[in-house]
Write a protein that binds this ligand. Structure first.
Ligand code: SAM
Length: 377
């Protein structure tokens, strides 16, 4: 993460910058979208939300996202793939930032684009739209999508809402709000589906760097520092890049999101059971998380090509600014080949701040039971 990354209320870094062959993929084409009986009610804008939007008013984070070519080109490819549907239609860009996705949609022939942005980067987005002579097509609305007025229904919703470990930042709720308020039946949501994966990982270098370092410092024994070092290094989830070689097993699917149908209540707490079988004899240092998103149309919308665009943040794919999120164990566990690690993981919104994410892992390995509880702040 770079110095320009936004921060949440407590000054911690919020955001971001990355499958094994054959890992599970969602099937193409969503079903009918969820139709609420009533219009959604805007949740109150909290001090945490204000701090979150303030963080996004800084140039650095937008620069980092735009420089992430895997991310930005995946969106552009998806827009091009769905160009036949987008041409002549009305688009809503939830959280437009600099307006890049709105401009891609306008260039793909959208008739009108509502570019909604709550942070002050909206001012620059409007300048960028002007600079590209697109102010007749793109209307920049500076405000929360939950609060702005849009007097028509839209055909397409586009948004880059994914945080670390997919759900961190809780921005998906705003996309769901927009979907339930403005999306026409049969409309397109980009991205349409997301999958969060988890797998046990080994990372001896990281462990050595942070913990074994204290064994011998310039010939001085400092091993009494190890326990504090473990606290400091491993208490919180770590956003870092690992490679496919660090991954000890096939990943499990923690959750699948269908943006056409998911409801906000389903995001409050997610539990998945796992049973991993180690492919190697190696020290288990922690559990890694990553995600991918797909850009499918709802049933009946033909894309320009058969191949679904997939934006992957997996260790073996090209790095992105999201990297991977690792939950390290305090003490490594020596795994034998084919050893089973079984248990469950629960992701839940923090009561302290709904944009924070609690991660609770309980697991059994070699006849012993463990619990790892962490909050991504
Ligand atoms: C990850 S950035 C993506 C920016 C831009 N779409 C891009 O792809 O470069 C998400 C943006 O959404 C904005 N945002 C988040 N929640 C929002 C909400 N409820 N209403 C309006 N904007 C929101 C943030 O301020 C941030 O600028």
């Amino acid at each position: 993460m770079g110095p320009g990354d936004p921060v949440l209320g407590n000054g911690k870094l919020v955001r971001r910058s990355r499958g094994r062959p054959g890992r599970p993929r969602l099937s193409g084409g969503g079903g009918g979208r969820f139709s609420p009986a009533t219009q959604p009610t805007a949740p109150p804008c909290t001090d945490f939300d204000l701090a979150y939007f303030k963080a996004y008013s800084h140039l650095g984070v937008h620069e980092e996202m735009l420089k992430d070519r895997v991310r930005t080109e995946s969106y552009r490819n998806a827009i091009r793939q769905h160009q036949d549907f987008i041409a002549g239609k009305v688009v809503l860009d939830v959280g437009c930032g600099t307006g890049v996705l709105s401009i891609f949609c306008a260039l793909a022939g959208a008739r009108r684009v509502y570019a909604v942005e709550a942070s002050d980067i909206a001012v620059q987005a409007a300048d960028i739209v002007n600079e590209n002579n697109l102010s007749d097509k793109i209307i920049v609305l500076h405000g929360r999508v939950e609060d702005v007025d849009i007097d028509e229904q839209v055909d397409v919703i586009i948004s880059e809402w994914m945080g670390y470990i997919l759900l961190y930042e809780s921005m998906l709720a705003s996309v769901i709000f927009a979907r339930d308020k403005w999306l026409k039946p049969g409309g397109l949501i980009l991205p349409s589906h997301a999958t969060l994966y988890m797998a046990p990982i080994t990372n001896p270098e990281r462990y050595h760097d942070s913990i074994d370092f204290w064994q011998d410092v310039y010939g001085i024994k400092m091993s009494s520092m190890k326990s504090l070092a473990k606290q400091c290094a491993f208490i919180e989830p770590s956003v870092e890049t690992i490679t496919g070689e660090s991954v000890l097993t096939w990943p499990c699917v923690v959750m699948q999101v269908d943006c056409y149908t998911i409801r906000v209540e389903e995001l409050q707490s997610i539990t998945a059971n796992f049973e991993f079988s180690s492919m190697l004899q190696a020290p288990l240092h922690g559990f890694g998380f990553w995600f991918d998103v797909e850009f499918n149309g709802p049933m009946g919308i033909e894309a320009n090509s058969d191949a679904t665009v997939v934006l992957s943040t997996a260790p073996e794919d090209s790095p992105t600014h999201w990297q991977q999120t690792i939950l390290y164990l305090f003490d490594p566990i020596e795994l034998k080949k084919d050893q089973i690690i079984e248990g469950s993981v629960t992701l839940s919104q923090s009561i302290e701040n709904a944009r924070f994410l609690n991660i609770h892992i309980q697991y059994c390995c070699g006849g012993r039971s463990f619990v790892k509880q962490s909050t991504m702040r």
